[in-house]
Design a protein around this ligand. Sequence first.
Ligand code: SF4
Length: 93
Amino acid sequence: MPQLEVYCTVKNCDYWGKNNHCLAEKILIVNDAQAAAWPDSVDAPDGAKLESSEADTCMETACKTFRPRYSHAGPVQDQRNTDAHLAQKFPHQ
Ligand code: SF4
């Protein structure tokens, strides 16, 4: 399984961690039209089944996994955004 580190500067997302690490286990990126049309319930677990799309620039893409801090899905940020968790997940830093 490929390892991917996602850096994100959207610090009010519930998955955002120190040093701009995304702490989600998986994320879903979609184009802006899909982001606007699909409900919040469509997220990374559905990823393999979703219709593919295109974008011309990075400005036309969006993270569908974004959840405001302290939303119904959280608070992931408080559970995982500790020095111990980050050292385990990102041991080379
Ligand atoms: S889930 Fe998306 S918006 Fe939230 S921290 Fe990760 S990459 Fe950023």
